[in-house]
Design a binder for this molecule. Sequence first.
Ligand code: ADP
Ligand code: ZN
Length: 610
Amino acid sequence: MTNPELKRQALALLKKFYGYDSFRPGQLEVIEAVCTGRDAVVTMPTGGGKSICYQMPALLSEGCVVVVSPLIALMQDQVQALIANGIPAVAINSNRSEIDNRADIDAAVAGRIKMVYLSPERLLADIGSWLTRLNISLFAIDEAHCISQWGHDFRPVYTQLSILKSSFPNTPVMALTATADRVTRDDIARQLNLRDPLRWLGSFNRPNLSLKVITGATSRQKIQTVQNLIRRYPNDSGIVYTLSRKNAETANEQLTRLGIRSTVYHAGLSASQRQKAQSLFTNGQVQVVCATIAFGMGIDKSNIRWVVHFNLPANIESYYQEIGRAGRDGLPAETILFYSYQDVITRRGFIENSESPQQQIFSEKLNQMQRYAEAQVCRRRILMNYFGEEMSDDCHNCDICHNPPERFDGTILAQKAISAALRTEQHVGLFTLVDILRGSTRAEIRLHGYDHIKTYGAGRDLPTADWNYYVQQMVQLGVFAPDIEHNNVLLVTPLGMRIVRGQEPLLLTRFVPRERAPRKPEPTALPTPESPSARRLFEYLKGTRMRLAAQFGIAPYMVLSDKSLQDLAIKRPKTFDELLDVHGIGEYKAHQYGEIFMAAIEDFDDFQNC
Ligand code: ADP
Ligand code: ZN
């Protein structure tokens, strides 16, 4: 804070209206920025104190603050809380009668209101009318990640909010969000046309949450895990998240049968049933809620000691938000994620059937979630790196840290990979980087002159599969940050720069090739596309294709046509030459994707056998 007078005033108002003695990290910086007319993008975890960032400017200025929020249901609470603190506030939205709305609008136009909450629809509808008659000091856009397709809660209406900057060019805009990866954050600023905004990124680290992933558990084991947690925390509560309403119902029935006070919460219930479940839980009358993703918005219960995911969440943002509901009081809390490959298949099916324009993005986010679950490196490092927060040490509070796999000094490997990435001017993704390291002669490498860079072929001594694994690990450890807006090209992070300069070592987990599953006896007749196994494999390979398409930033059919996939599912090639025998696979495609499809076929067989 550079302006002592503003700071003094702000502190006095904080005390007067909220009863607090000091600001939380970031609050004052953000407040000062908008008070001097600057835009801001504020990323703080839930509970971090975002509201004061945009409420204080109203108190510090003559005018009022207009808050845009999609959560109409929560608006009234916020308004009541403000009024209870002596700050005149209104919420104009479709949940209220037009008569009430009108009266509040009149009060705002008369200058009697400090905080005006609006839904985005209402803002867009009214922007040319009464809003022009307000003296607006600031526009605050809450849940700003809704503007971005890269976010996990995209709302098309949000994309029209750039109109704020064109209609009110001199009024600062503050965008706020609790869940945003780096891409989403940049997208927010760009789409809103913010001018050199102050970017505040609060820490998302919640060291008190332990992180654990259990692979391949049966539903019995899942229920037993909950029983154990209840035994360990008899007076506290927890949440079970499931993939579907049906799973939530089943889990709830099983727990209830065991005498556990449990209830269920999902979008299939009526509003009053949901309200009831929520209040039973908040009041402590039930100990467990079995819920789908819908549960938890606005839940501020401090003694949630554990969160268990019975299934793989759809993306890392949701996962982190859901486990983040535990341990709000700062005391240790446990989180467990049950992972099975079947969940990936189910979720991939959801995505493929959704016909959403965001299919590719959802698919990539699911891949990231899957890689997290399968990772062999400190889980918190993966999460923090995902949110763009550097963490270069292990956390000592996750299952991997507690039971670390064998490590080796991977500094030299990392230096080779980083320097190769830098020499391509950070223009290549994982597969091409590995091809460069391996000295591949495929046309694309030569086309870009990558065969002339110094590190070309510097990693010939390791097979491709090993390199893929190690570079993936380097991404998870925060050496590289994939730029998902640009075909996942690998950008070198500050940690990566320190490693390549020899200022910091890097430990890696050794690659252990997957044990070959015993082959099923060869079928006597050649499978046809109609044979059930080829059919299933075909469906499975579609997932692989989707992933590659996202990776390369092209349409799935450009990777391989359905016909090629079918042929692949029938012929099941195991060598390069066999690959070339598949319909529509030439040398280029064989080089580009062959290894991945062959590995996918093996994965599929392993999965069928387990
Ligand atoms: P967010 O919107 O980021 O989820 P809130 O603005 O609701 O978080 O703040 C969470 C809680 O922290 C609220 O109870 C709020 O009053 C409190 N809080 C915010 N700022 C401060 C502060 N400077 N000192 C003490 N408590 C604060
Ligand atoms: Zn860890």
